[in-house]
Write a new protein. Structure first.
Length: 128
């Protein structure tokens, strides 16, 4: 039951972060390149996501080690997002709709990586 509650908290944080990301992307896309708008939205949402994931989702403290692990997992996730975004744009989806299937594919993968960062014994030993 604890893992289920953790997943529900992850979904809540994910919805908030996705809303921040998509809202910024949508607004910035009106005035700049799609990839730059997507990246700026991603970075700002990432900062919010790290804080909320640590304190709300996984009930953990932030640390340098967890911050690095979170950054690496989101670096991988960012590459996945950009590849999928451009794939869906290439397939003909509009710039407004293309992020939606990206989120559907990337979010479950991201949960697995982020959970590892906050629950792995490696990240709990000798925290800074």
């Amino acid at each position: 039951m604890d893992k289920f509650k953790e997943f529900i908290r992850f979904v809540i944080v994910g919805v908030i972060s996705t809303g921040i990301h998509y809202g910024l992307y949508y607004l910035l896309n009106l005035v700049m390149n799609v990839n730059i708008a997507y990246t700026i939205g991603y970075v700002i949402a990432w900062c919010c996501n790290f804080y909320m994931s640590a304190h709300f989702t996984f009930k953990s403290e932030t640390s340098v080690k967890r911050g690095v692990g979170f950054a690496v997992s989101h670096g991988i996730n960012y590459v996945l997002h950009m590849v999928l975004l451009n794939l869906f744009l290439w397939l003909g989806l509009s710039e407004t709709l293309a992020p939606i299937p990206v989120y559907c594919i990337a979010v479950p993968i991201n949960f697995i990586m982020v959970r590892y960062v906050f629950r792995s014994i490696w990240f709990q030993r000798n925290e800074n």
